[in-house]
Write a new protein. Structure first.
Length: 261
């Protein structure tokens, strides 16, 4: 932990990539897990543009229950520590595959939500995005107050491309960071799963935090097995044990040569 604390403090840029395992520690059911969200329907049958076109009522009933479940949960130590690192670690950015907004509720501001935000809705006609944290929803399916068109959750569904601006920014951060943490993600969902290898090819230290082995494990420089909250808490204690005056005394070459693009 002392070694990792030193790496993170000496880095000029630190990026964390988080997945469903982080929010699972708050009690948010994982997307594909056995404690999944809804009735006899598979998530893959509901989280598609085709399902929405076929039965927007059913899709929104499912998302209404997801929103209710998330609203009852609180950010856990992993969320809070990452929010604190945004203020303490230089150049810290957070990239998440989660749509639940728990990172933002914990206080994170530099967040790239690759898969969207469940608390946002998008008009299918005007392509306007609006925030709506109403739980439960008063009207299902909700409609745009401006034009009356159906609203859809502003999340990335199966078969849809990630928002290009968010993906480009995430790739740029991965290419230029000195250290990249991969926390609570299976590392199988692309293109997010490509970010750690992009960082590693550019010389960054890659740190995996996960209870289980993943396709990334063999390539990671550090592999820490356990719950994200517990491991991040241990690293955070080691960071706080360091003298702030010593945090930047040595150049970032300790964690790999700085990349320029």
């Amino acid at each position: 932990m002392k070694e990792l604390a030193e790496i993170l403090l000496k880095a000029e840029s630190v990026v964390a990539v988080t997945g469903a395992g982080v929010s699972a520690e708050s009690g948010v059911p994982t997307f594909r897990g056995p404690d999944g969200y809804w009735r006899s329907h598979r998530a893959e049958e509901l989280a598609t543009a085709e399902a929405f076109q076929r039965n927007p009522q059913l899709v929104w009933e499912w998302y209404n229950e997801r929103r209710l479940a998330i609203a009852a949960k609180e950010p856990n130590p992993a969320h809070r520590i990452l929010a604190g690192w945004e203020k303490r670690l230089p150049g810290f950015h957070l990239i998440t595959q989660n749509v639940d907004g728990l990172h933002q509720r914990a206080g994170s501001r530099n967040v790239i939500a690759l898969h969207g935000d469940i608390w946002e809705m998008r008009c299918g006609t005007e392509n306007v995005t609006m925030r709506n944290e109403e739980t439960p929803l008063r009207v299902i399916p909700p409609r745009c107050q401006r034009c009356g068109a159906l609203l859809r959750p502003n999340v990335v569904w199966f078969g849809e491309a990630l928002p290009q601006a968010a993906l480009h920014r995430a790739e740029k951060l991965a290419e230029t960071c000195d250290a990249l943490l991969v926390i609570g993600t299976s590392a199988i969902v692309y293109p997010a799963a490509a970010l750690p290898m992009l960082a590693k090819r550019r010389g960054a230290v890659v740190i995996e935090i996960n209870p289980d082995e993943t396709p990334l494990s063999a390539q990671a420089d550090y592999r820490l097995r356990g719950k994200a909250g517990e491991i991040l808490s241990a690293i955070d204690r080691a960071i706080h044990a360091r003298s702030p005056r010593c945090a930047r005394q040595e150049p970032a070459k300790v964690v790999g040569q700085r990349r320029k693009t």
